[in-house]
Ligand binder design. Structure first.
Ligand SMILES: O=c1ccn([C@@H]2O[C@H](COP(=O)(O)O)[C@@H](O)[C@H]2O)c(=O)[nH]1
Length: 276
């Protein structure tokens, strides 16, 4: 999906919501456990209930890998089921020496090799350019680079001072020499709103993937006020607060209502903060 097509979807849906498919076999409603593929059965109903309120889905790969071959099968079925209008993110946080990164890229971007065809994959920046560039060899696919993550430990390294500011600022600056806003997105936690306005001065045009609203307590209004640019430039993720909003046979109904609530709030912020 292109930058323009993503923005178009945001305007059409009046939403910049990314639903996180962090589907935990231990947390899904018990009636689904009799299904042949409980994870896919859960995801299918979540997608049906939320697709009209979001523009993106982000399965966190850990939840699937942990189940071995069956988990990969559920992931593949899920990705095939997501409507093509939605931007798909493999939250895998990969990155290694170049030839290994090339194989990670094939895993998520080459359906002939792996059966998976995501639009984007999250990548850790700390092994440098040769660990990231192999992902960019796939046309029309995106790298989502970890910049300032939502967890408390983000300050252990990401905020370390360099002669040009904090390390995460250097990640933002240097990585812009590898790819432009049409192929690169940055992860900035919703718990880091005090830094978002400054991040916008370093990366004014890029989309930011913002996890941390909902279960982690990030503030959607502040994220939108400080982070929105003239193409919206935000994909705000919520996982647990949506997919586990209910736990009975009507779990998908509750997930849909939770997604709708966020979409309606986003619609207000698009009117208020989308810069001309
Ligand atoms: O900085 C980061 C980067 C990634 N994540 C991931 O996003 C979701 C958040 O889930 P919630 O249930 O909405 O808290 C999850 O997959 C994380 O691994 C993040 O939280 N922070």
């Amino acid at each position: 999906m292109t930058y323009e097509a993503l923005f178009e979807q945001i305007l059409t849906k009046r939403s910049y919501l990314c639903v996180g498919l962090d589907t935990d076999i231990k947390k899904i409603p018990s009636h689904l456990l009799k299904e042949q593929d409980p994870i896919f059965a859960f995801n299918k109903q979540i997608i049906d209930a939320t697709a009209e309120y979001c523009v993106s889905y982000k399965p966190n790969i850990a939840f699937y890998e942990a189940l071995g071959a069956k988990g990969w099968e559920s992931l593949q079925k899920t990705i095939e089921y997501i409507p093509k209008s939605h931007f798909t993110i493999a939250d895998a946080k990969r990155g290694d020496i170049g030839n290994t990164s090339g194989l990670y890229a094939r895993t998520f971007f080459d359906p002939k090799s792996s059966g998976l065809d995501f639009d984007a994959v999250t990548v850790a920046p700390y092994m440098g350019s040769d660990s990231v560039l192999p992902f960019l060899e796939f046309e029309e696919k995106w790298v989502i680079l970890l910049a300032l993550t939502s967890n408390a430990g983000s300050s252990d390294f990401q905020r370390l001072k360099t002669e040009n500011g904090a390390l995460f600022e250097e990640v933002l600056r240097i990585s812009q020499t590898w790819a432009g806003a049409d192929r690169m997105i940055y992860v900035v936690g919703a718990t880091q709103t005090q830094d978002i306005a400054h991040i916008r001065t370093i990366a004014p045009a890029h989309f930011l993937l913002v996890p941390g609203v909902g279960a982690q307590g990030g503030n959607l209004e502040e994220v939108s006020r400080f982070g929105m640019n003239k193409s919206c430039g935000l994909l705000v993720n919520a996982s647990r607060s949506i997919i586990y909003a209910g736990n009975g046979v009507d779990f998908a109904l509750h997930a849909g209502l939770e997604a709708k609530k966020l979409q309606e709030e986003m619609s207000v912020y698009l009117d208020k903060y989308l810069t001309a």
